[in-house]
Design a protein around this ligand. Structure first.
Ligand code: ADP
Ligand code: ZN
Length: 599
């Protein structure tokens, strides 16, 4: 393992392994199979990149993400690793050159799309080559129940039989036990050593708020906390992504839309700009994101509700892969819930499928409405134990005020019952508040006992009561007309055998800035910008994204330690031998110019 440690420093510039990395690497280097479950940003790639360098032969990486192979390969080449890819985007002669390099032993790592790998010609080619390992990335794609199912992944079960001596390592960021079982059985990984990391992403701060004026809320969030950052804004509809991007541009942000309805050329261009340019916001539907491994996404904002807790975790997980502080920010309202339910109902899935979707949406609403730690609840959803309070989510940072809502809830539920479970929230609130609208008279509701029993509470607060009762499963809404219906669960509450604490909806003050923003207070802004500019120019000249040159963390370390020569520079995190040679001097010069100019 000394050798592994040395290679980690020489090639990647890192001093220590993270989490399970060392053990995984040891397992694979010794020729064993491994199954690795780690959250996004956990450092999965290192688990096969390093063994591929240490073992004899070329490591084959199976990945479904053709669009991103080039990026991955470029990042490896920047570290001086001999990497290449084989997929349908290559011209025939390019592919031939890669195959030639493979058979003559000139490659450390080869990325292949599964459909390509399974072609008989490719399998023959691999048999003629010396292989160090197979890495099956995004291994959950083998699961038929997941949303990323790839039929070609099923065929990967032949690897064991055809290449019995080559260790296999399967990796995924999908946490649940069912998917894990499926991966093991379908890929014949019964013998594999399993590594299951915590799925906590401590650097992500979770914030969930009620939607009041969505755009203003987003604008305040961006201006206060991320004025110069890259991030993702998720919206439910294609139209909304375009409108929101346009509006953000008018507000002075560099924002680009992304959805499946845009032409492939535009999509590719926007994705490329997001990856390569700084301070870029992508406004997207969920069509965007899988496999995006931009490390410095500083925020993921949801203007609309995701469909499930799993989706929320996965989408927010794209923030902060570099381990630096990042925000997961979501606003939601009752209308979102109605819209999602409608979408679910009108889908052509089976009744069973719809029922499961409904349960999953309710779990997400529960997460939105809880008055305790969000992270604790989120991890609990994935069966992971954690402390009761994380200190880095909105409910921990700004404890929620609650009130005894038992009586109000009883009044609300009675009103639903007395009006025949046929009306939506707005009308129910009118009845409670004793308004005289046409609809009230039309249905004779001013003669009901519940008419006007809720004048002590204002309309917004009544809506909040209904929202919370819906989210907690005391009520449900009829999907077609938005009528509110009683659920079995409300009995005890109505009988007075149960009480309920409701959260007070407050207009929250702007959150305080992230504690350690990527630009710490003690770094001079001028120096920071100078370093970023050098990085930007190098990135342009190399045709790679800036973070492929150096991560923010490395720039920060430069500013903090001000290395005066290459020997000092080589000790910075993220500086391997290759990058030291290529870029060290430019940055050392920049630092020197800066300190002599300012002294
Ligand atoms: P994953 O594939 O699990 O989402 P990556 O493999 O992309 O995560 O790693 C996330 C980031 O962490 C990358 O930028 C990578 O360079 C960095 N990283 C990986 N291992 C280490 C380590 N031991 N020390 C420091 N940084 C690391
Ligand atoms: Zn918390």
């Amino acid at each position: 393992m000394d050798q592994a440690q040395q290679t980690l420093k020489d090639v990647f510039g890192y001093d220590t392994f993270r989490g399970d990395q060392a053990e995984v690497i040891q397992t694979v280097v010794e020729g064993g199979d491994a199954l690795v479950l780690m959250p996004t940003g956990g450092g999965k790639s290192m688990c096969y990149q390093l063994p591929a360098l240490l073992r004899e032969g070329c490591g084959i990486v199976v990945s479904p993400l053709i669009a991103l192979m080039q990026n991955q390969v470029e990042a490896m080449q920047e570290n001086g690793v001999k990497a290449a890819f084989l997929n349908s985007t290559l011209e025939r002669w390019e592919a031939a050159a890669v195959e030639q390099a493979l058979t003559s032993g000139d490659l450390d790592l080869l990325y292949i799309a599964p459909e390509r790998l399974l072609q008989p010609a490719t399998l023959d080619l691999l048999e003629r080559s010396s292989l160090s390992l197979f890495a099956i990335d995004e291994a959950h794609c083998v699961s038929q129940w997941g949303h990323d199912f790839r039929p070609d992944y099923i065929g990967l079960d032949i690897l064991q039989a055809r290449f019995p001596g080559v260790p296999r390592i399967a990796l995924t960021a999908t946490a649940d036990a069912r998917t894990r079982k499926e991966i093991i059985s379908r890929l014949h990984l019964g013998q594999a050593k399993q590594f299951v990391a915590s799925f906590d992403r401590p650097n992500i701060r979770y914030q969930i708020a009620l939607k009041q004026n969505g755009r203003n809320q987003l604008l305040r969030f961006l201006k206060n906390e991320h004025p110069n950052d890259s991030g993702i804004v998720y919206c439910l509809s294609r139209k909304k992504t375009e409108q929101t991007a346009e509006w953000l541009q008018k507000e002075g942000f560099k924002a680009l839309p992304y959805h499946a309805g845009l032409s492939p050329a535009v999509r590719e261009d926007h994705q490329r700009r997001f990856l390569t340019e700084e301070n870029t916001i992508i406004v997207a539907t969920i069509a965007f994101g899988m496999g995006i491994d931009k490390p410095d996404v500083r925020f993921v904002a949801h203007l609309d509700l995701p469909k499930t807790v799993e989706a929320y975790y996965q989408e927010t997980g794209r923030a902060g892969r570099d381990g630096e502080p990042a925000d997961a920010w979501l606003i939601y309202g009752l209308q979102d819930v109605a819209k999602l339910r409608q979408l679910q109902q009108s889908s052509n899935g089976s009744e069973e499928f719809k029922r499961i979707e409904q349960i999953k949406l309710n779990a997400l609403l529960g997460l939105c409405e809880i008055t305790t730690c969000r992270r604790h609840a989120l991890l609990g959803y994935f069966d992971e134990q954690s402390s009761e309070a994380c200190g880095n989510c909105d409910t921990c940072l700004y404890p929620v005020e609650t009130w005894d809502g038992t009586e109000a809830a009883q009044k609300a539920l009675s009103t639903v019952y007395r009006t025949g479970q046929r009306f939506g929230v707005n009308h129910l609130v009118d009845v409670l508040r004793g308004y005289d609208s046409d609809k009230i008279f039309q249905f004779d509701h001013h003669h009901l006992g519940v008419y006007g029993i809720g004048r002590d509470i204002d309309a917004d607060q009544w809506k909040s009561v209904f929202r919370q009762l819906l989210a907690r499963g005391y009520l449900r809404s009829d999907d077609q007309y938005g009528a509110v219906l009683l659920e079995e669960k409300c009995r005890d509450l109505l009988r007075g055998e149960e009480s309920i604490e409701l959260r007070k909806d407050v207009k929250r003050k702007a959150a305080k800035k992230l504690d350690q923003s990527p630009l710490p207070d003690d770094i001079d802004v001028g120096l920071w910008e100078a370093l970023r500019e050098v990085r930007r120019q190098l990135a342009v000249s190399q045709g790679v994204p800036p973070y492929v040159i150096f991560h923010d963390k490395t720039l920060q370390a430069m500013a903090n330690h001000m290395p005066v020569d290459l020997a000092e520079f080589s000790r910075l995190p993220g500086v391997g031998e290759r990058k030291l040679d290529k870029y060290g001097q430019v940055f050392v010069d920049t630092l020197e110019n800066y300190s002599s100019a300012s002294s």
